[in-house]
Design a protein around this ligand. Structure first.
Ligand SMILES: Cc1ncc(C[n+]2csc(CCOP(=O)(O)OP(=O)(O)O)c2C)c(N)n1
Ligand SMILES: [Mg+2]
Length: 337
């Protein structure tokens, strides 16, 4: 878990540097080697690490728009994921998806920029496992801002009614972009949603990887044994803005400071030390993580970009409606003009 967490944190620190290249001083979101939005998960690593430690490659995980820590903990290929984020041809989605659309069928991982969108496919994966008499499980990660979405509530219902092996993991970082939780949800504890569907609801109040691990062990064991779904909420902390470049002018300073003060990585490091793990061994894990990340980023930056003609490949409609490869016809366009 510690290695997954430090890998995710360092990975995102490196992505930040790459992302900012060429975007400043006026913050041009389309400039630089990683154009578009970038949502970082610093402060949320414990949720992913504690849950995914119990998973096999054959288990399915869906994640939302803040996916890197989950993808890393699920074992997504780091090089191909990085190439995807840089928009390169060898990326997981051939460079067409970017950081919010990482798909890795080798380890059954998918994510989406549409919040709560991962819930129905996770229920589908759970249903498929049941029909095939396999003991695979599916885990849908989502933010607390998505717990009133229809897709989430309908997924809870179907998973409960069919007793499917699905675990819904809510990462409660208290914010949905600039919207504090208490302005959009009346319950403090999102796991209470489970009660309405007659499924267990569990909340881990602190972003302690070990506590998440214990709670997830029970939920995943339950699902694997054919005893149905669980809703697990984990209190995490958003150490950064909603996306890179977010000035966070809406966020009280005390809240920002509180998020900086509690760091689940340092907490786990302290736990490891108290269990007798030597400082050198902890440092070795950090170094191995840094080397792996640096190598993935260097590799990805060397990869070719897709050609314009590849835009029409791997799409449902080809060519997309209204697009033709033929030269425009002047006659059709209106005679002499
Ligand atoms: C269905 C849908 N509505 C709105 C958005 C725009 N949007 C992107 S992120 C976000 C807030 C998400 O908050 P939360 O679920 O708490 O996740 P967090 O960003 O805190 O990780 C919104 C509203 C979206 N992506 N999808
Ligand atoms: Mg949130």
């Amino acid at each position: 878990m510690f290695e997954d967490m430090v890998t995710a944190r360092y990975y995102e620190e490196r992505l930040q540097e790459e992302y900012l290249e060429g975007k400043q001083p006026a913050f041009d979101i389309s400039a630089g080697p990683i154009p578009g939005e970038l949502h970082l998960a610093a402060g949320q690593e414990a949720a992913a690490a504690g849950v995914c430690r119990h998973l096999r490659d054959s288990d399915t995980v869906t994640a939302p728009h803040r996916p890197h820590h989950v993808a890393i903990a699920k074992g997504v290929d780091l090089k191909r994921m990085t190439a995807e984020i840089f928009g390169r041809r060898t990326g997981l989605s051939k460079g067409k998806g970017g950081h919010m659309h990482l798909f890795d069928p080798d380890v059954n991982f998918a994510c989406s920029g549409i919040i709560a969108q991962g819930c129905p496919p996770a229920v589908g994966a759970g249903l498929a496992a049941t029909k095939r008499s396999e003991d695979s499980v599916a885990v849908a990660f989502l933010g607390e801002g998505a717990i009133s979405q229809g897709a989430f509530l309908e997924s809870l219902n179907l998973a409960a009614v069919r007793e499917l092996p699905v675990i819904f993991v809510v990462e409660d970082n208290d914010w949905a972009i600039s919207m504090p939780k208490d302005r959009v949800t009346d319950v403090d504890d999102g796991s209470q949603r489970a009660g309405g569907f007659d499924m267990p609801g569990v909340r881990v109040d602190y972003d302690d990887a070990t506590a998440v691990y214990d709670a997830a062990k029970e939920a995943i064991g339950r699902a694997r044994a054919g005893n149905g779904p669980t809703l697990l909420e984990v209190q995490v902390h958003r150490r950064m803005g909603h996306f890179m470049g977010d000035p966070e002018s809406y966020r009280p300073d005390e809240d920002k400071e509180a998020a900086q003060e509690r760091d689940s990585i340092e907490r786990l490091a302290a736990d490891l030390r108290s269990e007798g793990v030597a400082d050198d061994d902890i440092e070795e894990i950090r170094e191995r993580a840094r080397d792996r990340v640096d190598e993935a980023i260097e590799w990805a930056k060397d990869q070719p970009e897709p050609g314009p003609e590849e835009a029409y490949e791997d799409v449902f409609v080809n060519p997309p409606s209204g697009v033709t490869t033929e030269e425009p016809s002047h006659e059709l366009a209106g005679g002499d003009d």
